[in-house]
Design a protein around this ligand. Structure first.
Ligand SMILES: [Fe+2]
Length: 237
């Protein structure tokens, strides 16, 4: 199974358009939201994230956000034709079910795409590496700030590395299933990297040690996809 997982991931990495097609920013037709398959098998991220966590996280938690979001927009003529990106941009004026489940759907779709099995995520592009050095001083300093923001997030939420509308890299954190694409976010920008610090993301393997999970998680970052997203975000800014 491990070999199959690696081969599947190699095929996905060899075809970046395949990941792009599953990016959550893509318009979604008429309020029908669907859960895309993981781009690797559930055990592919071991030993950093165990297969049981991945199965529950994707198949139960993410599926629940998708189902609840579809239900929430289905009966609303004004909302059901909006894309997920459009719903998030107006999150502050949306019912809580849209904000929470729309955020949950986007955040998890993003999360799966920016991870890869250990040693298979490549390295940051030259442009991204230079931007990280310029903004934070070094990759290690960026990782330290990212970890600190993840630890500081009280309760459940996310930690992000975003590109601001001015093209600058910033680390920020959001509560619950909010994200920096929402009009309610303290820091708005386009996420290029993000980690889920809800306990459901790490508790089976790392128990209550969120800091350990944040440290180990760098082993499964898909730097190719993060770099692709950085290039896309800076081309727009
Ligand atoms: Fe999650």
């Amino acid at each position: 199974m491990r070999l199959i997982a690696v081969l599947t991931l190699m095929a996905v990495l060899a075809a970046p358009q395949g990941l792009a097609q599953s990016t959550p920013a893509a318009p979604v037709a008429r309020g029908i939201f669907t859960l895309a398959p993981l781009p690797y098998s559930p055990e592919a991220l071991e030993p950093v994230i165990d297969a049981e966590t991945m199965k529950l996280h994707h198949g139960r938690h993410h599926q629940a956000y998708v189902d609840a979001l579809s239900k929430a927009v289905a009966g609303d003529a004004e909302l059901k034709d909006l894309s997920l990106a459009e719903l998030l941009a107006k999150a502050g004026s949306m019912p809580a079910a849209i904000r929470n489940n729309g955020g949950g759907h986007w955040n998890h779709s993003f999360f799966w795409s920016i991870m890869a099995p250990p040693k298979m995520g490549g390295t940051p592009s030259r442009e991204l590496a230079r931007a990280i050095d310029a903004q934070f001083g070094s990759m290690e300093a960026m990782k330290a700030s990212f970890k600190a923001a993840g630890i500081r997030r009280f309760g459940s939420g996310w930690v992000w590395l975003v590109v601001t509308p001015e093209g600058k890299l910033l680390i920020t954190s959001t509560p619950n299933q909010d994200n920096p694409l929402m009009d309610v976010a303290e820091v708005r920008g386009t996420p290029v990297l993000g980690n889920d610090v809800w306990e459901h993301a790490y508790y089976l393997k790392h128990r209550n040690r969120r800091a350990d999970y944040l440290d180990a998680w760098w082993q499964v970052v898909n730097w190719r996809e993060v770099s692709r997203r950085y290039a896309e975000a800076t081309a727009r800014s």
